[in-house]
Design a protein around this ligand. Structure first.
Ligand code: PLP
Length: 402
């Protein structure tokens, strides 16, 4: 039976959840370029540009900067699979969902996992971290810099310093910090850092940027047991990306997207980009507080990319989220695990982190909360405008929303 299928038409959602975030139009344009083969000289030119630009965005002199084919979890799994060895101690510091996932991945690699676990959203105490690492003397210490389940930033430096004292490598999850907050791989002494494309970099999901430092490369070369994953074996990936030998059919389209997203970071300047995220986050928080809501995370530990305001008493968060999606075409997320029904997770990240979007989110949230029975104490937009020293401008994405 013949049937006609009109071209697919996806809705232009306003993506203000924990990711994916808004994709920059320039990135979409890059993705419509012709596909080349995964061994084409042009593909390797793009790979090389991505390598250099990742060094910049990660603030590192590392040369081993690649994009793993897959989402953030693929680079997490690559980091764990290549550096966790069966029977060896692998320490996980966790205060949220993704810290726990790191531990589970290491367990599946047969490592002896030791955990320093805090409640979700509770910061690590540097002295406790040091004592734990000195006592356990693990081969690897893994932690999440920007914990997306709670909205908390974990300081890398004290953890990396303690790890070095016992000659342990550090694996740092930068999935929700790269491109929006200072990751500072070299300055913090991080050995292996990984991230995703769909948050601070303003690209669609599908690649996972990873950087590996010299200490970690030495460890990899000295490995006595084979890496249990063929697809994620970094030494095999090195022969592909840098030796130009077939390993898998990487997506040229996604590499174009990442190259473009990273070029936009470089053109804006990393410090400017962090400052943009910080200001928009501060404006958002001022707006939230003016509306009478409070933030889950203490000021000094907050992410600039992902905000976690508490849901007011008696408000059904599903109703708020449904209203935003159906009436304002806007996606935000709720909490999960111990934070289910307690917080919203609202992203101000990447291409989507603009003053206009902060106003747009606050206006829409105020309306949605009212629909769910909560009347805001004051105007979120006015408070945000004060922080940004701005008057109302035309929201960038309004034309897409209507
Ligand atoms: N780590 C953190 C901190 C994350 O927020 C996420 C996803 O949001 C991941 C890892 C996994 O990334 P992905 O969902 O892209 O596989």
């Amino acid at each position: 039976m013949l049937q006609s299928y009109p071209p697919i038409q996806a809705p232009h959602r306003l993506l203000f959840g924990p990711g994916p975030s808004m994709v920059a139009p320039r990135v979409y344009q890059a993705m419509s370029q012709p596909v080349v083969g995964h061994l084409d000289p042009f593909f390797f030119e793009v790979v090389d540009q991505v390598r250099t630009l990742l060094g910049y965005v990660y603030s590192t002199q590392n040369q081993f900067n690649i994009a793993i084919s897959g989402t953030g979890s693929a680079s997490m799994e690559a980091a764990v699979a290549n550096f966790a060895e069966p029977g060896q101690k692998f320490a996980v510091l966790t205060n949220g969902f993704f810290g726990d996932r790191l531990g589970e991945m290491a367990r599946r690699q047969g490592a002896e996992v030791v955990r320093l676990a805090k409640a979700w959203g509770e910061p690590f105490d540097p002295q406790e971290v040091r004592d734990f690492i000195r006592h356990e003397r693990p081969r690897v210490v893994a932690f999440v810099q920007a914990e997306t389940s709670t909205g908390m930033f974990n300081q890398a430096k004290p953890i990396c310093e303690a790890a070095r004292e016992v000659d342990a490598l550090t694996i740092t999850d930068c999935v929700t910090s790269l491109g929006g907050m200072p990751v500072l791989v070299d300055e913090n002494g991080i050995d292996i850092a990984y991230s995703c494309t769909q948050k601070g970099l303003g690209c669609p999901p599908g690649l996972a940027p990873l950087t590996v430092g010299p200490r970690a490369l030495d460890r990899l070369k000295a490995r006595t047991s084979p890496v249990h994953s063929f697809y994620l074996d970094l030494q095999l990936l090195e022969t592909f990306y840098f030796g130009h030998k077939y390993h898998h059919t990487a997506s040229a389209t996604l590499f174009y997207a990442l190259r473009e997203g990273l070029a936009m970071v470089a053109e804006e300047g990393l410090e400017n980009r962090w400052e943009r995220h910080r200001r928009n986050h501060l404006a958002f928080v001022a707006g939230i507080e003016a509306m009478g809501l409070t933030m889950l995370v203490a000021e000094e530990h907050r992410l600039w990319t992902l905000n976690t305001p508490r849901i007011p008493e008696g408000v059904d968060d599903a109703k708020v989220r449904q209203y935003l999606l159906e009436r304002r075409n806007m996606e935000i997320a709720g909490g999960f695990g111990p934070l289910a029904g307690k917080v919203f997770r609202i992203g101000t990240m990447g291409y989507g982190s603009t003053a206009e979007n902060v106003f747009l989110i606050l206006d829409a949230l105020e309306e949605a909360l009212k629909h769910a029975g909560y009347t805001a104490a004051g105007s979120g937009r006015s408070a945000a405008e004060k922080v940004l020293g701005a008057t109302t401008t035309t929201p960038n994405f309004i034309s897409l929303a209507t």
